[in-house]
Design a protein around this ligand. Structure first.
Ligand SMILES: NC(=O)c1ccc[n+]([C@@H]2O[C@H](COP(=O)([O-])OP(=O)(O)OC[C@H]3O[C@@H](n4cnc5c(N)ncnc54)[C@H](O)[C@@H]3O)[C@@H](O)[C@H]2O)c1
Length: 318
């Protein structure tokens, strides 16, 4: 497979410029790439430009130039035209399998040979989206976390027809432009990080449902406790440190039996009852204490940017 070199990419196509697509566009621009943006919704250009302008101060704080380079931003009415001159495609259309299948049937002809296409899809299997496509070997999932212009993680996974070289390529490309990309060895619903989040949220709901603690105290337990450590090291490495001199081996032996008994007691309901949902919603409204979604998003992003700056600075020291 003769792919464009990941570090030779100069222009990327952004297909679908909603929450995720506009954020990707801002990120790639901040990293010096030119972006060809297409979205079928009327008025998308103004919304996307407004998003990029609003995101820019944060990107600038994290190292981007003071203002986005307008000459590197192009908006298209025709998807194929946006794709034709691009050396990478990031697809961010709605999370709808049929819609993505239809989009890919048109995308196939527009993509130049050697170009990789990554879908941001949160939960669809690339095997189901790539079936029947002539460029199937170059289709991968490149799943970001919201907002992609701030959260470094990208999960890369291929489907049944994806060539291993396209997966390696996507990992190299994302990492080369400052993301933290990981390889998922085989397709599973929800990819990887969302499954980890789901496991924790399932238990959080169970704890709300069974009145073990308030919604707010459950959030405090995470963000003032283990959540602080998780931003620095993952749960496996953290348990390596919990084992004293014996490290992870000791942790597994020492905590294993207790963990197994807690696992046996965890809530396992695969459905969310309306009673649980209402309890959770009321608890979150209490916790928000009048702060609007906009207030909370601003608060989250300010803290996140400070944390990213600190981590980059401290990690850069070693
Ligand atoms: N929102 C998140 O937290 C999140 C996180 C990671 C990944 N994703 C994934 O990113 C993708 C986009 O999600 P979003 O939250 O940005 O949705 P969104 O609804 O904000 O944006 C979707 C955009 O796609 C456009 N669109 C409509 N029809 C289209 C078509 N046929 N082809 C291309 N674009 C089309 C819409 O006009 C809209 O601007 C989904 O696959 C989703 O699973 C979302």
């Amino acid at each position: 497979m003769n792919l464009v070199k990941p570090d030779a990419v100069e222009r990327v196509a952004i297909l679908g410029a909603g929450t995720i697509g506009a954020s990707w566009a801002a990120y790639f621009l901040a990293h010096g790439l030119a972006v060809n943006i297409w979205d079928p919704a009327p008025g998308y250009e103004a919304r996307c430009r407004a998003f990029i302008a609003a995101a820019w101060p944060a990107l600038s704080r994290l190292g981007a130039p003071e203002a986005p380079d307008e000459s590197r931003m192009a908006f298209f009415d025709d998807m194929a035209e946006a794709v034709r001159s691009s050396q990478f495609v990031q697809e961010n259309g709605p999370e709808d399998k049929q819609l993505k299948i239809e989009l890919y049937s048109r995308l196939d002809d527009a993509m130049a040979d050697g170009v990789v296409m990554a879908s941001s899809s949160s939960g669809l299997l690339i095997s189901e989206l790539q079936a029947g496509r002539k460029a199937a070997a170059r289709y991968v999932i490149g799943h970001p976390f919201n907002p992609p212009h701030l959260i470094p993680l990208v999960e890369v996974v291929g489907g049944e027809q994806t060539d291993a070289a396209a997966i390696d390529w996507a990992l190299a490309f994302y990492n080369g432009c400052g993301k933290k990309a990981i390889r998922i060895n085989r397709e599973v619903p929800g990819h990887l990080a969302n499954r980890l989040q789901a496991a924790m949220w399932r238990e959080a709901m169970h704890l709300v449902d069974t009145d073990v603690a308030s919604v707010e105290d459950i959030d405090i337990a995470v963000s003032y406790g283990p959540g602080l450590r998780w931003a620095l090291m993952g749960p496996n490495l953290i348990f390596h440190l919990a084992g004293g001199d014996g490290g992870i081996r000791h942790s597994v032996e020492h905590f294993g039996p207790a963990l197994e008994s807690w696992w046996a007691d965890l809530g396992s309901a695969p459905t969310i009852s309306s009673r649980t949902a209402e309890k959770l919603i009321a608890g979150v409204e209490d916790e928000a204490a009048g702060r609007s979604l906009e207030d909370l998003t601003g608060e989250r992003d300010q803290l996140l940017i400070s944390l990213l700056e600190m981590l980059a600075r401290e990690r850069g020291k070693s």
